[in-house]
Design a protein around this ligand. Structure first.
Ligand code: GTP
Length: 243
């Protein structure tokens, strides 16, 4: 946290879903959408916040779906990890075109494309004012990119994991299906887990809970949303340890 405003954050881990990059296309990447997300990231970065990003791959290939359609789960998950790398490279490109300095670090080494994931390198890049993007999830099958976000968030000592979603927070039931769904401003980890509120998958959520890494779930497609979250405005839902 920042000493002058204790509600603002100094180092964040931003989790973007792959679908967030596809816009209205239903598949793949929409460079305009990637560019507008990059603009929000840079706005926050220029205000002095250290930013690391984890991106999913569901806009290109989803491992779980592949396995339900007959593929070997491990193989499908590795394909999903490769899909995240494409998204990360696209985000690096958009951020750099807008003037940002970016390093992509991959959990699966592919040195012609990006650096291998080395925690100490990641920390150094952040300290030097670079935006760091973590590619290829955790590098292991059976783990989601939400789990990768929780893991990397803890490894780099992020103060918060910001999970950008299509909805503006965590609700007691699906707000798309129920008009009377009620949004939580805050909720503790235990309640989020036991009520199965689908903040993140259980592995990611328990990892964050065990290590007291708060999660803020918010809707990034609203202009300026990321800045408001980082400035400590009451945006989205904060999932936190019991006080
Ligand atoms: P510092 O030395 O800490 O300032 O970091 P740096 O990233 O600027 O220096 P480095 O010499 O490590 O990297 C220079 C450029 O090469 C950067 O754009 C890196 O992202 C890139 N780079 C470094 N290592 C690799 C790698 O293993 N593979 C690829 N593809 N690029 C790399």
């Amino acid at each position: 946290m920042n000493e002058t405003n204790p509600k603002t954050y100094r180092r964040i881990l931003l989790k973007l879903s792959g679908e967030a990059l596809q816009g209205e296309r239903g598949f793949g990447l929409d460079p305009k959408v990637v560019g507008s997300i990059a603009a929000q990231v840079l706005e926050v970065h220029r205000s002095g916040v250290e930013i690391a990003i984890v991106i999913g791959g569901g806009n290109i290939f989803r491992g779980v779906k592949g396995s339900t359609e007959g593929m070997d789960r491990t193989t499908a998950d590795y394909m999903g990890m490769l899909a995240t790398v494409m998204n990360c490279i696209a985000m690096q490109d958009a951020l750099e075109q807008a003037g940002g300095e970016v390093r992509v670090l991959s959990a699966i080494p592919m040195q012609e494309l990006c650096e291998p994931y080395i925690r100490r390198k990641a920390m150094r890049h952040l300290e030097k004012g670079r935006i760091v993007i973590f590619a290829a999830g955790t590098g292991n099958p059976y783990f989601t990119t939400d789990t990768a976000a929780a893991l990397r968030g803890m490894e780099i000592n992020a103060e918060v994991l910001l999970k950008a979603t299509k909805v503006d927070g965590v609700y007691d039931k699906d707000p798309m299906a129920h008009d009377d769904a009620v949004k939580f401003e805050t909720i503790d980890f235990h309640d989020a887990l036991t009520r199965n509120l689908k903040v993140m998958d259980a592995t990611a959520l328990s990892l964050a809970m065990d290590n007291a890494l708060p999660i803020c779930v918010f809707k990034m497609s609203e202009p300026g949303a990321l800045k408001r979250v980082v400035d400590g405005d009451a945006v989205g839902t904060l999932v936190h340890a019991k006080s």
